[in-house]
Write a protein that binds this ligand. Structure first.
Ligand SMILES: CC(C)=CCC/C(C)=C/CC/C(C)=C/CC/C(C)=C/[C@@H]1[C@@H](COP(=O)(O)OP(=O)(O)O)[C@]1(C)CC/C=C(\C)CC/C=C(\C)CCC=C(C)C
Length: 435
């Protein structure tokens, strides 16, 4: 597989995929260009000019695949495939998902109004008289569900303002119910038709016609915060994917799955958590970081649960990467920790950590009151990767977990980060821009 290394010196705004090479078409170049800008603005590069090292990996397979590696060693920035015949670009999952991020960011920019206190204006209650108490009860029930099934996360939400807290509870409950359709006690009875009905219910609640009290809480939330329906629809799509697929050919396929089931949670949460008024990051930067946190969490979840999933006949690991490491499904079903497995796992853990690194840049940009819980959940989930290493990569028979003491210690660490890592003041940002 020939690999051409290209060094590019250009200003961030000028750099587009077309300048790297001229295949792939206009849309691909536009996406690659915005993606590159996005990463640099988030990293707050002090200079507008930079040297970018791009590795073009040109595969001769059909559809042809041309990859540009990330500048900071993060995931491939883009993987543009062209269908051999027409030369039309086939977008990678990352590019398709980034389109969703851009739309979400544009929508929240259009709809969000910032109040005098710097927080998003929460729209007033418009519920018919006499039903306000029912709504209160609905939110309270969401809080109870959250407290029962996600204790640490529930504690984190207690640090948020009351409006945000209950909105996150409502979203949590909907996500959990959706997940439980394919991963709960009735999972074997779930058909694509049942998911279609669940999606119709979702449309109804977004149109102010909730089906039950838990839906009513979410219906109220989406009427008050600039939350879009797309990530919710996409999560249901992830459940459909889970019904029809038990294997993932490559990381591109797995990335899409991770977006559907977890990246979507990040996109749903940002409009509630709010972006700090002092933030100089673009809205898409923050959404990209939220997406990265969802992907990182899901990849970690997958690595933790390899044994459990394989016993259900599921392997959520990229088949091509397994093959390159000399591993097959049989090796996973037999559950032996070999050197090949250790080395494969090291690569998977490294990738998950890069997504966490990417996410970290965005937590700082969130509204002050939301940073602590997000830091806490990020640090806790990230520690599961350390626990897999501590188990000598035996994720077949051992479940990696973070003990109570470590969990408790995480809270002050998260708090300190939330306080210390805040967006730079305008002055600092100006200085950064000059140098
Ligand atoms: C404060 C905070 C973390 C808010 C998110 C709250 C929320 C709405 C959570 C919903 C979680 C849920 C039930 C998702 C359904 C699909 C699913 C099961 C995904 C997996 C979660 C872990 O679940 P599981 O129960 O299997 O795990 P354990 O066995 O208990 O370990 C996932 C792995 C994904 C969860 C994804 C997130 C929580 C996304 C986080 C991103 C943000 C909150 C955005 C933060 C913003 C920036 C800018 C970084």
């Amino acid at each position: 597989m020939p690999v051409a290394l290209v060094w590019v010196a250009a200003s961030a705004k000028d750099l587009s995929f077309c300048e790297l090479h001229n295949h792939g078409g206009h849309l691909a170049s536009r996406l690659a260009g915005t993606n590159i800008n996005r990463k640099f603005s988030l990293a707050r590069r002090p200079s507008a000019r930079f040297f970018a090292k791009a590795a073009l990996e040109v595969s001769s397979s059909n559809p042809t695949s041309e990859k540009v590696s990330g500048f900071n060693g993060f995931q491939e920035l883009c993987s543009v495939r062209t269908d051999g015949g027409s030369g039309k670009p086939l977008l990678s999952s990352e590019q398709k998902v980034y389109e969703v991020v851009l739309k979400q960011a544009a929508m929240v920019n259009r709809e969000a109004k910032v109040g005098d206190n710097g927080l998003l204006d929460v729209k007033p209650d418009l519920v018919p008289p006499g039903t306000l108490q029912l709504l209160e009860d609905a939110y309270e029930r969401c809080g109870e569900v959250c407290a029962e099934y996600a204790k640490t996360f529930y504690l984190g939400t207690l640090l948020m303002t009351p409006e945000r807290r209950r909105a996150i509870w409502a979203i949590y409950v909907w996500c959990r119910r959706t997940d439980k359709l394919v991963d709960g006690p009735n999972a074997s009875h779930i058909t694509p038709m049942a998911l279609d009905r669940w999606e119709q219910r979702l449309e109804d609640l977004f149109n102010g016609r909730p089906y039950d009290m838990l839906d009513a809480a979410l219906s109220d939330t989406v009427s008050k915060f600039p939350v879009d329906i797309q990530p919710f629809r996409d999560m249901i799509e992830g459940m459909r994917m889970d019904l029809r697929k038990s294997h993932y050919k490559n990381f591109d396929e797995l990335y899409l799955y991770c977006y559907y089931v977890a990246g979507t949670v990040g996109l749903m949460s940002v409009p509630i958590m709010g972006i700090s008024q002092d933030s100089h990051a673009t809205t898409e930067d923050v959404y990209s970081a939220a997406l990265a946190l969802g992907i990182a969490n899901q990849l970690t979840n997958i690595l933790r649960d390899v044994g459990e999933d394989s016993r259900r006949g599921r392997i959520y690991l990229p088949q091509d990467e397994l093959a390159r490491s000399g591993l097959s499904d049989e090796d996973i079903f037999s559950g032996k920790v070999t050197d090949k497995w250790r080395s494969f796992m090291k690569g998977q853990i490294r990738r998950a950590r890069k997504f966490f690194d990417e996410a970290e840049k965005g937590v700082t940009e969130l509204d002050k009151a939301s940073r602590w819980p997000v830091w806490a959940s990020l640090i806790l989930y990230r520690q599961i990767l350390d626990a897999i290493e501590a188990n000598d990569y035996d994720n077949f028979t051992k479940r990696a977990y973070v003990g109570k003491v470590k969990k408790l210690l995480t809270l002050p660490v998260a708090y300190t980060r939330a306080v210390i890592y805040s967006p730079p003041t305008s002055k600092l940002a100006q200085i950064e821009r000059i140098y």
